[in-house]
Design a protein around this ligand. Structure first.
Ligand code: SAH
Length: 353
């Protein structure tokens, strides 16, 4: 009973600044109060309203009766030998998702989830293997960032980048992902620049362009195969949004000067890693402002693909470089804690052995 009552209070986490302003204006409060509260939530990590000392006692009491700030503790943290941290987030309904913090010399990148599971069933992906449970709310999405920022602050570090490359397809959950992005970019939220927030998509062209119109974020598109026939086999979503349409959409993304769209390409030995595939990929991407991120397949127990040899990956890269396409091979991070790209499986793991 108590639990149900607490959930009846309006969760302020996950609300955008305009939403907070509307809520407060209904109570006859000044507009700038929204900004104050937002800073308390995302910059001071206030867990309750009592901490918000620049608000009057009466107002704080009112807020405590009507509202709450959801903040479930992180359930498990695993640290890799290379410093990568994997988080298991328990959501309020008991579901779980994973996130990964990747420290590099000059960057601290958090990889976050946007759905519990995923409906797209890409053949090589561990998340897809268990199917879809539900969309995450903006509160749940930004809470992953709150946890990481707070942990980093304790050691005097700052989060520099956020990538939607964890569990789920962000553009199958565009409404909540948009609200979360608004908070990530807001000055009274996390204050990140759009350049440092990357939405990775399996290729939901329409939603991608709509999001690109609204926010100056970066995009990464999981191409993974240079021809429709192969891509449809690996990624069923290709039947809905085939390569021609997808690449056309990539070319339409508004880009500031010098910026590029990332084309991700998971290398699967004997499947899509031939030199002819690299040549086809170069042709496909011709005329697009892209850089290619090659991701050697990370093995997991839900599929029998294998990763190509480093030599094969190098040869693939050489072909793209020769075609004038900026290409890097993504380093494997956190593999010892199953935090590497495509290995996240979370909740479903326990349920489907
Ligand atoms: N749904 C989004 C974001 C999550 S997947 C998308 O498809 O982009 C993030 C990236 O991990 C994608 O590029 C995907 O192709 C890649 N990936 C999935 N499983 C992988 C695996 N086992 N090894 C390497 N990369 C993988």
């Amino acid at each position: 009973m108590m639990k149900i009552m607490s959930k009846d209070r309006t969760d302020l986490k996950g609300m955008t600044l305009p939403e907070l302003e509307i809520l407060l204006s209904r109570w006859g409060k000044e507009r700038y109060r929204a900004r104050q509260i937002s800073r308390w939530i995302y910059q001071q990590f206030a867990g309750d309203f009592a901490a918000m000392t620049d608000l009057s006692k009466g107002f704080r009491g009112e807020l405590s009766r009507e509202c709450r700030i959801s903040s479930p503790p992180v359930e498990k943290v695993e640290t890799s030998a290379d410093g990568t941290e994997k988080y298991l987030f328990r959501l309020e309904d008991g579901e779980t998702v994973e996130g990964v913090l990747i420290p590099e010399e000059d960057r601290r990148t958090l990889c976050i989830s946007s759905q519990v599971g995923c409906a797209l069933r890409c053949g090589f992906c561990a998340t897809g293997a268990a199917g879809f449970r539900r969309n995450m709310s903006s509160a749940e999405i930004v809470h992953q960032v709150c946890i990481a920022v707070k942990r980093l602050a304790k050691r005097g570090e700052r989060l520099t980048n956020v990538v939607f490359m964890g569990m789920g397809e962000p553009l199958e959950n565009p409404a909540e992902v948009s609200r979360a992005i608004e908070i990530l970019l807001s000055q009274s939220g996390f204050g990140l620049s759009g350049k440092r927030v990357t939405v990775s998509t399996a290729g939901v062209s329409k939603a991608m362009l709509e999001l690109a119109e609204r926010f100056p974020v970066s995009f990464a598109v999981s191409i993974n195969a240079p021809r429709d026939e192969l891509r449809s086999r690996l990624m069923p979503i290709n039947r809905r949004y085939p390569l021609g349409e997808l690449v056309a959409a990539m070319k339409k993304i508004p880009l500031r000067s010098g910026r590029k769209v990332t084309a991700e390409y998971v290398l699967l030995a004997g499947i899509n890693d031939f030199e002819s595939d690299a040549r086809d990929l170069a042709l496909l991407l011709k005329g697009a402002r892209v850089k290619v991120n090659l991701i050697p397949f990370n093995a997991h127990e839900y599929g029998d693909f294998i990763s190509p040899s480093p030599e094969t990956a190098d040869r693939f890269r050489e072909v793209l470089l020769a075609a004038g396409i900026q290409t890097i091979t993504r380093e494997r991070r956190g593999a010892d804690i199953r935090a590497a790209c495509g290995q996240l499986r979370g909740a479903a793991e326990a349920k489907t052995p």
